[in-house]
Design a protein around this ligand. Structure first.
Ligand SMILES: *Cc1c(COP(=O)(O)O)cnc(C)c1O
Length: 380
């Protein structure tokens, strides 16, 4: 309790204010106004424009992938990435229950069924060991893919999520999924700028998806991006998210059910200006993370840090409290003192629409659900 009062003082000092301190707010310190004014001056505010192309080029370059597709938000990006990987109605998709609801929703939008696999304690992301154990028990390899012996359904994809920007154990996960012929789609919505063995998250799976929502490390109001090294897949993604239109000088020709999931040029302009500052944001947040680590360690509170072989973007920083009682006290004192903190998400299988989904023991997810709390993490 007295530790918590000290924590509150420390956070207020860190952010240099006695006013309300939010969890994460955008930082606009670059070319945002200039690029936005440019979209208005040129009248290109909508779904075509130079900033959309520039944003896609910047995302491909940042992630060293061959193709990036700008989309209206991260959720839509995951939905389409899953569709591109061949997920069909009635299929199953392996993912973690410890995630933001969008991961599971994007699976459900494809009329597919999420299957919830446990996370690792160190990364808080999908556990390759748990995936392997699940597949060993329930998986059956057939000529057209992996099937779940319990449900009889095809397991069409696997979606790991890099929780708060901490990369999952990618090498082992990719190995297990390849063994079972299951494509990996990375939900990298929270991990823009995070690295695993020197390479950007999102670039490891068949595709990876980022979000540029207002609360993410880089924002464009609302937006998303799919990145992939499979150029054909990327081109198909661009086509599907832009109403499935066949190029023609003047006629409207659409030859399959497409989606209007385009990112407007207005948003892309903001995204370009923000991406220019990503390196500075990453550095800025690392300084705060280091200060938090020193402080919380001295108080006997576990501040979550990146695992070996990875570089986290420290998007939302977090502490791990002793138990649920301590967590609730910490949440109460901080929020009452105008320091915003929030518990990690409720596990997906608690939500009415995912109540009946198959899941494993969830041992680590249950442990973390009761203990992890996000603390103010904005760029200062
Ligand atoms: C933010 C987020 C998304 C979705 O992003 P939107 O752009 O808000 O649709 C998906 N998955 C996770 C884990 C997220 O945190």
């Amino acid at each position: 309790m007295s530790n918590y009062q000290e924590a509150i003082s420390f956070i207020k000092e860190s952010f240099g204010t006695n006013d309300f301190i939010p969890l994460h707010v955008p930082h606009f310190g670059g070319n945002e106004k200039k690029y936005l004014a440019d979209t208005i001056d040129t009248t290109f505010v909508s779904s075509v424009g130079a900033y959309v192309d520039q944003f896609e080029a910047m995302m491909a370059s940042l992630t060293t992938t061959k193709k990036a597709v700008a989309v209206v938000n991260g959720t839509a990006g995951i939905q389409i990435a899953l569709k591109l990987s061949g997920v069909k109605s009635g299929d199953e998709v392996l993912t973690q229950a410890l995630t933001f609801v969008a991961t599971a929703n994007a699976i459900a939008y494809n009329n597919a069924h999420p299957v919830f696999i446990d996370v690792d304690l160190d990364t808080m992301g999908l556990s390759p060991k748990a995936v392997e154990a699940f597949l060993t028990e329930f998986g059956e390899l057939r000529s057209d893919g992996c099937y779940n012996k319990k449900s009889g359904r095809r397991i069409a994809a696997c979606v790991p999520m890099h929780t708060f920007g901490f990369p999952v154990h990618l090498d082992k996960l990719l190995e297990v999924c390849a063994q079972w012929n299951i494509p990996v789609i990375e939900d990298a919505a929270e991990s823009l700028g995070s690295e695993y063995k020197g390479r950007q998250t999102g670039s490891f799976g068949q595709s990876g998806v980022f979000s540029f929502n207002g609360n993410k490390i880089v924002t464009c109001g609302g937006g998303g991006a799919i990145v992939t090294n499979d150029i054909k897949l990327g081109e198909k993604g661009k086509y599907l998210t832009t109403t499935a239109k066949i190029p023609h000088p003047y006629e409207y020709v659409h030859d399959e059910l497409g989606y209007n999931y385009r990112m407007p040029n207005l948003n892309a302009a903001l995204a370009c200006a923000q991406l220019e500052q990503l390196d500075a944001f990453l550095q800025n947040k690392r300084v705060l993370a280091a200060e938090y680590k020193t402080f919380f360690e001295s108080k006997g509170i576990h501040f979550r840090t990146e695992t070996p072989d990875t570089k986290a973007n420290y998007w939302l920083m977090c502490v791990e409290l002793e138990d649920k009682k301590e967590r609730d006290l910490f949440l109460k004192y901080t929020n009452e003192s105008a320091v915003m903190t929030r518990p990690i998400w409720q596990l997906m299988f608690r939500l009415p629409m995912y109540r009946d989904c198959q899941k494993d023991s969830q041992e680590h997810a249950l442990f973390l659900e009761e203990r992890i709390v996000n603390i103010p993490s904005s760029v200062r």
